[in-house]
Design a binder for this molecule. Sequence first.
Ligand code: PAF
Length: 280
Amino acid sequence: MYIFSTIKETSDYLSRKKGQGLRIGFVPTMGALHEGHLSLMRRAKEENDLLAVSIFVNPIQFNNAQDLEKYPRDLAKDRALLEQVGCDVLFAPDADEMYPEPETTVYDFGPLEQVMEGASRKGHFNGVAVVVYKLFEIIEPDRAYFGEKDFQQLAIIKELVRKYKLPVEIVPCPIVREKDGLAMSSRNERLMENERKIAPKISQILKEAKTKTEELNPAELKIWVTEQFEKEPQFRLDYFEIADDTYLQTVENWNKNTGTMGFVAVFLGNVRLIDNIRFI
Ligand code: PAF
């Protein structure tokens, strides 16, 4: 595996490979790699000639300084995992390399960024879009792989690619879960033992909610889900929304022609976890 920390060496190497006709599969990450990331990488490796991964804890997508500071970092462990999945190129820049000057780009994703994560974490998706656009310019991937746990991020990135006609195929990949159902996330590492024990309730509540779509309309189901989270005092629900799967806008009725999902963000202690489930 080649490990590069500068944009120049990364793009020189990868554009040479592209010139030789090799297809590049790319998995952007912020490190603290877990099985969820590794599943994206295995798929990218299988479907392309070269696997490129980036590890960069992107400061401009954090709206909370404490969250940025506490974000888990373990490059040595990550490198070992990358070797295991056969990563060909790791791009691990520092913040000065990515942002030599203060970043001023402002994207407009309309209603898509005004709900859920966009509403709760101001500026978050702009920061994600800035870094992903830059990474696509540097890596020039044929395909880029994103997990559906961050469903709204995936929708934003699809929109970024559509709007700017970026020559990359976005490949959505299903959520990878722990045996007890908890969606894998780098943030899970920060849960205290007692919080980790009740964390699987998040996916259990979502699964049970899915069984209630026959008897409850979306507004009633939202109330039911909120009540389930309130029963467990350690949870602090940030939001539960039932929305369409493209623009992520609230749906009022179940409609078999509208892909419809449930989205949740919940605090356990000071760790904020998200998850989602498809209803239709
Ligand atoms: O999902 C993530 O880890 C990050 O948001 C991403 C896509 C690597 C951009 O920093």
